[in-house]
Design a binder for this molecule. Structure first.
Ligand code: MTE
Ligand code: MOS
Length: 857
């Protein structure tokens, strides 16, 4: 018996192959859900009517005028729903609401012969609203006590007592921003109904089974009457884990009511204003260290901004709580988690799923406290790494903790840290207005769904008489390369070349009851199931071949499309010959595979157990350069050492590491969601509705040098072919960028000055951090004095300015300045250098930088 991790001779896993659709991607031939519409005659187009209020009761809705518009076929309202009028799994998400719960909430949908007809139809509908009070910011929600869902606590030991006894104590507060998924393909669905009433929905979904279930409950059908197919996604990043369901249900409802195919695809603006994003978080904390900088205790309350409904917020919060330790052993700890309910889009899964938010809290704490402790931040971090034998606050032993130390050392070497730290110091001494920073941060990320039941998968493998192989499983392809890896797994398990394996799109009538492709577990779970299916077939084929070769079935070898016996070199058959023989002997040539992750248990009420199969580890070192006049910065170089176990597909894995890292850097530096928080008529409107105002990282924001190294000899036992998940963990390598920016800004002031940095650390935020550092240089010399000084007067002012000013920014947005500012941060300053800088900078201060202050407690 071989184990799950063992690789046979000449495995196809581990080979450097390009993405299975790479050619199609670059030539534009790859089909996405919405491309199917041109192949679908008579399809109708759907357009939403979006509410213009953050919170309002619908007092009347007159849809008749829509029907006077040429080409309008049907207006879908709550009255049309035959089943349950709800798009979620918690029954807190009415599909056709009686109350608009956020600015942009779709209150009804219009179907038209053309998209334009549907749009004009929606404009003709007359809706009257009675506006209601709304909560937009986390602070507003916290002050109003507006929460939703459970409030779990993760704890170990006696945090309060340990804090009391800790020789060094600090407190702080930190509020940081969310993130727009900005997948290139916006949400899309295409539904039709066959002559027997079977509903078929193409959906750009990470969770076809749940899309199927919600379509079924909205339509009042059974799951067996609904099929969902997912062709491929142009990115999901978690945004298509829960949010596609209601949209697919609208398309399906339209198809059932009209008998015609219905296509629904959100425009970019609709996608940004209607669908959920990464959760912003607020944290208050108190931390205790010993004299050597070892963390003794942490007490914190973290609050996620869940938006108007729960969707995945509880799970996201759970993962945030399970990752607030990141790579660090915290002996006594108590962290309370809460979810605020606000009048915004319903915030949802986003790469890392709360993990990044939890980890940002502790990384920010260490970045802030290092100068006060007088310890180099990198040293402070590594001093607190888990040691083998230690367990997380929720009671899971940290297996392979030694890898953290090894990866850190390798990175220190590979990135030449000692020499470059000296070079940075020298650079900073000789440059008054430009400073550099170099920072290293670690990642430890738990792999598996916290919800144990999700850790199962199915696959369906067919071998045809000619020896060709068709595979299918419950995982979805969103660009991450899952299909590529699954082809490599199947080829390896069957001992055939990669070209023999055909992968077909994921659909719920092939493999049922699947989990979302999420939690980075796609390859682990579906790979286990594919391997299992292939092995069933291979074992049957081995019997057939053994009879032909006159040997024991255990001694049959399948390698590179040839079937031989151990030590046989003279007799060999092709895979296809054995397959044909098996068919003639009436041996079945297809199999359903199944995999469940062993050894998991999780008590979500007590927040204790072993929810993760293993941890993925990594570390990054980033060097940046900051301009002291503007706060503008460049990413000079990033080095990464990351643990993917024994890679299933190195090119794919490196792509995931680079992509995850850059996406994380975007979240932490450039990507800033701004909402109108004024009391004007635009209250609650998302001000950043497109690429013109929402700045995404692109090639120009890649580090000028980016070196990715896969940690070697890293076999992960108990996972398919010894590999590890890679989808999400690398995003958190981007903490190194943020901490490098902090280091660079700190270089403008005294070394022991505690420097706070808003998140996202936009150039404006960095500018204010530099100002803060410079002010400290003119002020008192010691850390203790600096903090005492920072406490009363000036900070309060900055805070007030922040609130007033962020109102101004939005006002500017409404009268067009922000909206027309063009791309990126030049835009923010454009036209109103003074207001631009102040508003954005001070706004950022309000959202964390200056309010949040590390002070000796
Ligand atoms: N990579 C690409 N190109 N596009 C995506 O949408 N999603 C990420 C990650 N990498 C994503 C991606 C997220 S959020 C997850 S959970 C994993 O891929 C899911 O796929 P996996 O489990 O197969 O790694
Ligand atoms: Mo990823 S956030 O788990 O879809």
């Amino acid at each position: 018996m071989t184990s799950l991790a063992d690789r046979p001779v000449n495995p196809v896993v581990g080979l450097t192959v390009s993405h299975e659709s790479a050619d199609l991607h670059v030539t534009g031939a790859a089909l996405y859900t919405d491309d199917l519409v041109v192949r679908t005659p008579a399809a109708l187009h759907a357009w939403p009517l979006q509410a213009p209020h953050a919170h309002a009761r619908i007092t009347s809705m007159r849809v008749d005028p829509a029907y006077d518009v040429d080409g309008v076929v049907k207006v879908l309202t709550a009255a049309d729903v035959p089943g349950v009028n709800d798009a979620g799994i918690h029954h807190d998400e009415p599909l056709f609401p009686t109350e608009a719960r956020y600015f942009g909430h779709a209150v009804c949908w219009v179907l038209g012969e053309t998209l334009d007809a549907a749009r004009r139809g929606a404009e003709a509908i007359e809706v009257e609203y009675e506006t209601l009070p709304s909560l937009l910011t986390l602070s507003e929600a916290i002050a109003a006590g507006s929460f939703q869902g459970a409030q779990p606590t993760v704890s170990r030991g006696d945090a309060a007592g340990a804090l009391q006894r800790a020789p060094r104590r600090f407190t702080g507060e930190f509020e940081f921003g969310g993130q727009e998924h900005f997948y290139l393909e916006t949400h899309a669905a295409l539904a039709h109904v066959d002559e027997a009433g079977q509903v078929f929905v193409h959906s750009s979904t990470q969770h076809p089974t749940e899309t199927q279930e919600i379509v079924a409950h909205v339509l009042g059908l059974t799951s067996a009457e609904v099929t969902v197919q997912q062709l491929r996604m142009g990115g999901g990043f978690g945004g298509k884990e829960m949010q596609p369901h209601g949209l697919a249900a609208v398309a399906a409802l339209g198809a059932v009511l009209t008998g015609r195919p219905v296509r629904l695809r959100l425009t970019r603006t609709q996608d940004m204003t209607m669908t959920g994003k990464r959760h912003p978080f607020h944290a208050t904390w108190e931390v205790g260290f010993d004299e050597e900088g070892r963390i003794l205790a942490l007490q914190a309350t973290i609050t996620a901004d869940g938006g108007w409904s729960l969707d995945l917020s509880q799970a996201v919060l759970g993962r945030a709580l399970c990752h607030i330790d990141n790579a660090y052993f915290i002996p006594d700890i108590e962290v309370l988690g809460r979810i605020a309910r606000t009048n915004k889009t319903s915030q949802t899964a986003f790469r890392g799923f709360g993990g990044p938010q939890g980890m940002l809290v502790i990384e920010d704490i260490l970045g802030r406290c290092a100068p006060a402790l007088g310890i180099d931040p990198g040293e402070l971090r590594s001093r607190n790494f888990y040691e083998p034998g230690q367990a997380t606050p929720y009671g899971q032993p940290v297996r392979h903790a030694e890898r953290l130390h090894e990866i850190w050392e390798q990175l220190t070497d590979r990135a030449d840290i000692a020499r470059r730290q000296a070079a940075v110091a020298e650079f900073n001494e000789t440059h008054a207005h430009v400073k550099r920073g170099l920072a290293m941060t670690p990642v430890k990320f738990g792999i598996s769904f916290n919800l144990t039941a999700f850790n199962q998968a199915g696959a369906l493998v067919h071998v045809y008489k000619d020896g060709s192989v068709l595979i299918n499983h419950g995982g979805t392809e969103m660009g991450q390369g899952l299909y590529t890896k699954m082809r490599q797994v199947a080829a390896t398990a069957l001992g055939v070349p990669l070209t023999a394996i055909r992968h077909v799109p994921t659909r719920t009538d092939k493999v049922p009851n699947t989990s979302a492709t999420a939690a980075s577990s796609g390859a682990d779970l579906n790979g286990g199931a594919i391997k299992n299916a292939c092995e069933q077939i291979r074992e049957r084929l081995a019997e057939v071949a053994a009879r032909k070769l006159n040997i024991h079935p255990d001694d049959v070898r399948f390698v590179d499309g040839k079937v031989t016996g151990i030590g046989f070199t003279d007799t060999e058959m092709s895979f296809a010959e054995v397959v044909r023989a098996a068919y003639l002997q009436r041996v079945p040539l297809f199999a359903a595979g199944y995999y469940r992750t062993e050894g998991l248990h999780w008590d979500s009420a007590r927040m204790q157990g072993e929810p993760f199969k293993y941890f993925a580890y990594g570390a990054a070192a980033t060097e940046v350069e900051v301009d002291g006049f503007t706060g503008a910065y460049r990413f000079l170089r990033t080095d990464i050492v990351h643990d993917v176990g024994d890679s299933l597909s190195p090119l794919i894995d490196i792509g995931q590491i680079e992509g995850g890292f850059v996406q994380g850097a975007g979240w932490l530096t450039l990507e800033e969601l701004r909402w109108d928080v004024s009391d004007g008529p635009g209250r609650g409107r998302l001000a950043t509705q497109g690429a013109s105002t929402y700045k995404l990282p692109s090639f120009s924001e890649m580090p000028e040098q980016l070196n990715v190294h896969l940690y070697e000899r890293a076999t992960e036992s108990g996972v398919v072919y010894g590999s590890k998940a890679v989808g999400e963990p690398p995003l958190m390598l981007a903490f190194s960028v943020r901490e490098a920016l902090r280091q660079a800004a700190m270089a403008f002031g005294p070394a022991d000055h505690v420097l706070e940095l808003a998140s996202p650390a936009t150039p404006e935020a960095v500018f204010w951090a530099v100002q803060d550092a410079r002010a400290a240089a003119d002020g008192p010399a010691t850390a203790e004095d600096a903090r005492a000084d920072a406490a009363p007067g000036p900070v309060e002012d900055a805070d007030n300015l922040g609130l007033v000013a962020s109102g101004d920014a939005v006002a500017a947005g409404r009268d067009g300045r922000l909206a027309h500012a063009g791309g990126g941060f030049t835009g923010h300053g454009d036209g109103a250098v003074d207001t631009g800088h102040r508003t954005v900078g001070a706004g950022a201060a309000g959202s964390g930088a200056t309010v949040a202050r590390a002070s000796d407690g």
